[in-house]
Design a protein around this ligand. Structure first.
Ligand code: NAP
Length: 248
């Protein structure tokens, strides 16, 4: 397997695991991050040790100009992107809906929705046969929150992920004849830093009993699902929302 994969939010967690696995599978990888340069560089070094081309690119996915630079830098240094993994996402402190501020909502919508839209749009402009591109694959990282709703914790976050699901369904159909497949993975409770951002680092231990498999998942388990959806093994799969959540 080969190609050029852009993974947003690849300095940590699910994105970092995806970048590492992509390098193992023979992809060149653009490791995007927004703040944590050291962590991004470590992922790049890991990929290079595996013999893969890899670069770290700082870009805030909610910023149009920075997303354009992310794609242009990737194309100049690694070649035209053939896979986009729309993974970057943020989670705010757990709270009731009636306590949330509009500033919080705007930030969540900006990163999780506009960020995914911007990256997907720039990817389609490069991949679509309609624009002279070779085709490709987009994998959006949604969440089980999109169907659970996250009451008492972060309804705003859950709603951003529902938007990512709808983007996946619509865009998959719009570009189905342009050699681009668009799918989403919906992770459940995955062991990453994101739960600390929500104010409860040990959240998985508290809610694991609600998972039919009785455990959280690893970033690598999600990464394997993403790599499959991105690959030609999934050549007839588009518009799919794949739960990776232990049955939850
Ligand atoms: P994480 O460990 O908190 O890592 C977040 C990553 O996103 C970091 O690499 C961070 O970069 C990057 N990032 C944040 N804001 C960004 C921005 N504006 N522009 C570019 N990059 C940005 O998160 P994770 O748990 O791996 O989550 C990855 C994705 O999976 C998210 O979309 C999340 O909603 C989704 N998800 C996670 C879980 C879970 O249980 N962990 C469950 C369902 C869905 P820096 O390191 O530079 O800050």
């Amino acid at each position: 397997m080969s190609g050029v994969m852009v993974v947003t939010g690849a300095s940590r967690g699910i994105g970092a695991a995806t970048a590492r696995l992509a390098a193992e599978h023979g992809y060149s990888v653009a490791v995007n991050y927004v703040a944590n340069e050291l962590a991004a560089d470590e992922v790049v070094e890991h990929c290079r040790r595996l013999g893969a081309g890899a670069i770290a690119v700082r870009a805030d996915v909610s910023d149009e100009a920075e997303v354009r630079t992310l794609m242009a830098t990737t194309e100049a240094e690694l070649g035209r992107p053939t896979v986009l993994v729309n993974n970057a996402g943020i989670l705010h402190q757990q709270m009731r809906f009636d306590e949330m501020s509009v500033e919080r909502w705007r930030e969540a919508l900006d990163v999780n929705i506009i960020g995914s839209f911007l990256c997907a749009r720039e990817a389609v402009r490069r991949m679509s046969t309609r624009h002279g591109g070779p085709g490709g694959s987009i994998v959006n990282v949604s969440s089980a929150a999109s169907y659970l709703g996250s009451p008492g914790e972060y309804i705003d976050y859950a709603a951003t992920k529902a938007a990512v699901d709808t983007l996946t369904i619509g865009l998959a159909q719009e570009v189905a004849t342009e050699a681009i497949r668009v799918n989403a993975v919906r992770p459940g409770l995955i062991h990453t830093d994101i739960h600390a951002s929500g104010g409860e680092p040990d959240r998985i231990a508290r809610v694991a009993s609600s998972v039919p498999m009785q455990r959280g998942g690893t970033p690598e388990e999600v990464a394997r699902t993403i790599l499959w959806l991105a690959s030609d093994e999934a050549s007839y799969v588009t518009g799919a929302l794949v739960n990776c959540s232990g049955g939850r």
